[in-house]
Design a protein around this ligand. Structure first.
Ligand SMILES: *[C@@H]1O[C@H](CO)[C@@H](O)[C@H](O)[C@H]1NC(C)=O
Ligand SMILES: *[C@@H]1O[C@H](CO)[C@@H](O)[C@H](O)[C@H]1NC(C)=O
Ligand SMILES: *[C@@H]1O[C@H](CO)[C@@H](O)[C@H](O)[C@H]1NC(C)=O
Length: 302
């Protein structure tokens, strides 16, 4: 019995020594920052050259070996990593952490004298924080507020603005108006039947738990008289500019069609072969036919 306890104690100590330890970022990681993950044996007598990093591919729920210069692709972006071996550790470097670099990672040993459960480290994952620019949309007019910083509405109109951003976590949204003392804790700002007093500069603020990622975006609301012509409002202007673009496109197509028809007609009525040999005459550098830009070549070089 004593011998058995002693044996298991030895096994325990021995086992814990062969354990693989993994160490990663201890602070939140922001998109674009570099990340280093290190792996080593608790007992440095084991040879690190038989250890490799692995990353879990969530789509297939399988661990993939990572070695050398390693790239993978997610949604049109390439993610690169690099694995290097030092004397007693294996180091994985991610130069620019992206949202798909969050892992989990682990290291595994293929050495024969390292047995389960010591042949794999604990999995290590971390969150990569990010937040894109804020986008504002007006209810019922999607895409209306892509770029404009001003919204022109008629008195008596309803205005509902929604603020949003792609983010690693749902931010806290607030709306406030310059010169006013209210703060609306919501991504949605609703102004019913606007009057002249609603005119002003409104700001949406999105607060991320990582303070440096928080963002703001402002829009000024101009209230036009109730009888203002429709084309003076923002939605009217959008309709107007869209129709102008459509008219311009139509004009362009008509002009091109007429031009091409005329040219085809002329080609059909002309006598000579279409492949006019005079067009293939070589142009010599010193000839008068050469491009004017080469005229400088006539100057001696020395
Ligand atoms: C484990 O095995 C390797 C050979 O595969 C040997 O070089 C190493 O010394 C062994 N380590 C221990 C701690 O027994
Ligand atoms: C580890 O093993 C490799 C070959 O597998 C050998 O070249 C290297 O010298 C070994 N390192 C140590 C510290 O034993
Ligand atoms: C660890 O070893 C066990 C038994 O030898 C094996 O079944 C398992 O696949 C190994 N784990 C890894 C991550 O290689």
């Amino acid at each position: 019995m004593k011998a058995f306890i002693l044996l298991s104690l030895v096994a325990l100590i021995h086992g814990s020594n062969a354990a693989l330890l993994i160490k990663g970022p201890t602070e939140p990681v922001l998109e674009g920052q570099s990340v280093t993950i290190e792996c080593r044996y608790a007992n440095s007598e084991f040879n690190i050259s038989e250890v490799q990093f692995q990353m879990l591919y969530k789509s297939s729920d399988r661990w993939h070996q990572i070695y050398g210069e390693y790239n993978f692709r997610r949604t049109w972006c390439y993610y690169s990593m690099r694995v290097m071996q030092t004397e007693d550790s294996l180091v994985l470097t991610i130069p620019y952490a992206g949202r798909y670099n969050s892992g989990p990672y682990r290291c595994v040993s293929s050495a024969e004298n390292v047995t389960a459960p010591d042949n794999a480290s604990e999995p290590l994952g971390f969150k990569v924080h990010y937040m894109a620019e804020l986008s504002l949309s007006r209810e019922g007019y999607r895409c209306l507020l892509g770029a404009p910083k001003e919204l022109r509405v008629r008195q008596g109109d309803d205005v509902v603005l929604e603020c949003s951003a792609a983010s690693s976590e749902e931010p806290k949204y607030f709306w406030f108006k310059e010169g006013s003392d209210w703060i609306l804790p919501s991504p949605k700002l609703t102004l019913k039947k606007v009057t002249a007093s609603d005119q002003g500069q409104y700001t949406c603020s999105a607060e991320h738990s990582v303070q440096s990622l928080s963002k703001k975006r402002s829009i000024s609301i101009t209230v036009l008289p109730e009888n203002a012509p429709w084309y003076q409002t923002s939605s009217g202007r959008l309709v107007l500019s869209t129709s102008l673009a459509a008219v311009a496109l139509a004009l362009f197509i008509i002009t091109m069609t007429v031009f091409l028809c005329r040219r085809a007609k002329r080609a059909r009525t002309s006598k000579g072969p279409i492949d006019d040999r005079s067009q293939k005459k070589p142009i010599y550098k010193s000839s008068v036919d050469s491009l004017p830009s080469t005229s400088g070549d006539k100057q001696p070089l020395v």
